[in-house]
Design a protein around this ligand. Structure first.
Ligand code: CAA
Ligand code: NAD
Length: 287
């Protein structure tokens, strides 16, 4: 079961279904599930076109076969009661994540493994809400955007999680075609601990008027070999998610404060509802 059918949840559903797992995508409304299905449809069509370049019938049957492994639901409790693995990819808010996991803990089978795809929250803190038994079956499983293309998953080990569960998650990650790395439960794990302060400094370059957004991106692509510049990447990640991450770290004081000090340009865009690619506007405009 994947909870949340947004950017990340839909990608996790897709790679699990492509690997042959039966997976249910759960969200709060039919509209959100439609959005998730449409992200998967586009991405799978792209994969199919590449896999079966000159064979439209094979493309169609590939997409249908993957979709046959996917169901959708707005009933999280009912879905969890029949799930071996729950991967949560909902909004980056500790209270909401805890509320959801607290409820699922009561209905999921004892053997179910719970994972959060959180970008920045301590997994141990999210897991505080569940029973002692479930804490031994609770870990971070951090995928990257776009999930179908990015090869890494950070598997986050809390003090409570059992070796058996941690090993099972490594195995699952490999089965969905990703390379797992083991991380301690530290802020931002490995990738975001490095990537988020870098992106924040790029916003500050704009605030200080030192270069244009386009030139910052061109500089990092051509001068540092990045596939996307930091501004374009922030739009890709979602500016709301970026803000949740840095505000959370700021509030908790868990990373060097100067690295995540509030940034007016980011706050203004979020308050205008310009959340990046997913809303058609962020730092840049998208058609
Ligand atoms: N679905 C399926 N496949 C996709 C895809 C999608 N949505 N997007 C890209 N791909 C595949 C392409 O088919 C292609 O596959 P092959 O290499 O097998 O040919 C490959 O990815 C590269 O795609 P393209 O050639 O079309 O485009 P590109 O070279 O411009 O790459 C990109 C696109 C992979 C997104 C690249 O720009 C990139 O790597 N950008 C940086 C992404 C990144 O840094 N993500 C991490 C964000 S941080 C995060 O996720 C953590 C967090 O907690 C916030
Ligand atoms: P998103 O806004 O695209 O999607 C979130 C989805 O969760 C929405 O469809 C929303 O309707 C749904 N949702 C909210 N509350 C719910 C609930 N109680 N039950 C079921 N569904 C609910 O967000 P996203 O970018 O997919 O991020 C999801 C999580 O993944 C966050 O924790 C984020 O930090 C993390 N993450 C994001 C990225 C990224 O690049 N965007 C990368 C890695 C990890």
């Amino acid at each position: 079961m994947v909870l949340g059918g947004g950017l990340m949840g839909s990608g996790i559903v897709q790679v699990a279904a492509q690997a042959g797992y039966k997976v249910t995508m759960v969200d709060t409304s039919d509209a959100a599930l439609d959005n998730g299905r449409s992200i998967i449809q586009k991405s799978l069509s792209r994969v199919a076109r590449k896999k079966f370049a000159d064979d439209e019938t094979a493309q169609k049957s590939f997409v249908e076969k993957v979709f046959s492994n996917i169901s959708t639901s707005t009933n999280a409790d009912q879905t969890a009661s029949g799930s071996d693995l729950v991967v949560e990819a909902i909004v980056e808010n500790i209270d909401i994540k805890q509320k959801v996991f607290g409820a699922l803990d009561k209905v999921a089978p004892k053997h179910s493994i719970f994972c959060s795809n959180t970008s920045s929250l301590p997994v141990t803190k999210i897991a505080e809400i569940v029973s002692a038994d479930r804490k031994t079956r609770f870990a971070g499983l951090h995928f990257f955007n776009p999930v179908p293309a990015m090869k890494l998953v950070e598997v986050v080990r809390t003090d409570a999680v059992s070796d058996e569960v941690f090993d099972a998650l490594f195995e699952f990650t490999a089965k969905v075609g990703k390379t797992p790395v083991a991380c301690k439960d530290t802020p931002g794990f490995i990738v975001n601990r490095l990537l988020v302060p870098y992106m924040m400094e790029a916003f500050r370059i704009l605030e200080r008027g030192e270069a244009s957004a386009k030139d910052v991106d061109t500089a990092m692509k051509l001068g540092a070999g990045m596939p996307m510049g930091p501004i374009e990447l922030a739009d890709f990640v979602g500016l709301d998610t970026m803000k949740f991450i840095v505000d959370g770290w700021q509030k908790e004081g868990i990373v060097e404060p100067a690295l995540v000090k509030p940034c007016t340009i980011l706050n203004d865009l979020v308050s205008q509802g310009r959340l990046g690619r997913k809303t058609g506007q962020g730092f840049f405009e998208y058609k």
